[in-house]
Design a protein. Structure first.
Lengths: 161, 161
DNA sequence: CACATAATGTTATGCGCATAACTAACCTGT
DNA sequence: ACAGGTTAGTTATGCGCATAACATTATGTG
């Protein structure tokens, strides 16, 4: 692969990151949320109460990031943290009523953003999109155990058909 | 579009952003570069010396970000800033010899990263990838003049075939 | 059981990126 | 020629994310 093509790919990913995040920031601001926080709320809504370590795993970010996110979301009243009875180190995170209400609004925004994002693409491409993006992600993922070699069959991730 | 699909798209973009950037960070670290800086160097290599405002435009980030990036790259000796003769407000940014040497190494890394990223995708998909990503980007781009409606024909960006 | 090792979470620090507020220089139009 | 608006750049501040270093609790093995 020559540099032109490589740069086209890398640059496109970089710009998409910037713009998609910027758009998400703008949409979430009226709800008093910063980007990244919505992912935490949605995960709690999807899976239910869980420990921070699980959140870190699910969100794909490091424990210190989760510490800060949970602290801020707790301060704004959308989540609650309580000690885990079975493990004195861990704290269980769950949505408050305020948080549950917010999630509904976030879901709407999320649909609007996704539709806006894929506008103009053929339906077929849209259908393949999550799979393609997840493949790209897995290819550069150094967090999960290295399954970059010997990946058998399809890579599977949340949201894939 | 229902929430499941929407979330699959948004989440995939978010994770790809995180992982691709993380991988770029790891690859650039041995060169003493942080992610984002490589884009500035590559742009200078591609287009030649330019003013910060043009860099801001080309990189798709805000002027204050360019101020900091240029300051750090200047401190590490890869670029040089000198006053523009025709405009006392502006400063011209250009690569130093050290910077030019670095660019060659960055280009190699960039090719390796892109190849790693698209591993396992059919060649046809790889060929369409920059176009798809640029469409997504344009769809959520609030920076450029709003061409989200009435976009005629193809959206064109650097690197598109 | 004791002790080494692992896992959970926190604090400190640093980078990229953003917005807001500001200065200095450069146009315009009248 | 000068008043008003625009543009180039900077500083200050804040968020998300990362890594490093640390304290605390769990756990598995001698």
């Amino acid at each position: 692969m020559d540099f032109e093509q490589a740069d086209a790919v890398n640059q496109a990913i970089r710009l998409l990151s910037l713009r998609h995040r910027a758009r998400a920031t703008a949409l979430l601001a009226p709800l008093g949320l910063y980007p990244g926080q919505e992912a935490l709320l949605l995960e709690l809504d999807r899976t239910g109460a869980m420990i921070q370590a699980q959140l870190s795993e699910a969100l794909g970010c490091e424990p210190p990031s989760v510490t800060l996110m949970t602290r801020k979301l707790e301060a704004s009243g959308h989540i609650r943290r309580k000690p885990a009875p079975s493990d004195k180190r861990a704290s269980i995170v769950e949505l408050t009523d305020s948080g549950k209400a917010l999630v509904d609004r976030v879901k709407q925004l999320w649909c609007a953003l996704a539709e806006e994002t894929v506008t103009g693409l053929p339906a077929e491409t849209v259908a393949e999109l999550p799979g393609i993006l997840n493949t790209l992600t897995d290819n550069v993922d150094t967090r999960r155990p290295d399954r970059r070699y010997g990946l058998i069959g399809e890579s599977r991730r949340a949201g894939e058909r």
